[in-house]
Design a protein around this ligand. Structure first.
Ligand SMILES: [Zn+2]
Length: 85
């Protein structure tokens, strides 16, 4: 990840640990797809529920890098909305 935006020079990480707040967005963005995957596996198989949950999270892993980036972008939008300076 760049330190600054190559287009406008905006500094992404304003302070150490800045993207900790993005974890809330990451969590919110992750729940619906994980739930959908789990329900799909639950519906299509006769597996035990704990195995379904485990497989749902494993199936979700390829989406994690994209969701992390989207969560950071959302976090920066919200943070700069309330604290623009
Ligand atoms: Zn920019």
């Amino acid at each position: 990840m760049h330190d600054r935006c190559p287009q406008c020079g905006l500094k992404y990480e304003r302070e150490p640990g800045y993207f900790l707040g993005a974890m809330y967005f990451s969590y919110l963005l992750s729940i619906p797809p994980v739930l959908a995957i789990v329900l799909l596996i639950w519906r299509l198989t006769a597996w035990r529920f704990d195995l379904v949950i485990l497989c749902g999270f494993v199936a979700y892993l390829p989406l994690v890098p994209a969701v992390t980036r989207w969560a950071r972008v959302l976090w920066m939008y919200v943070d700069r909305h309330f604290d623009p300076d």
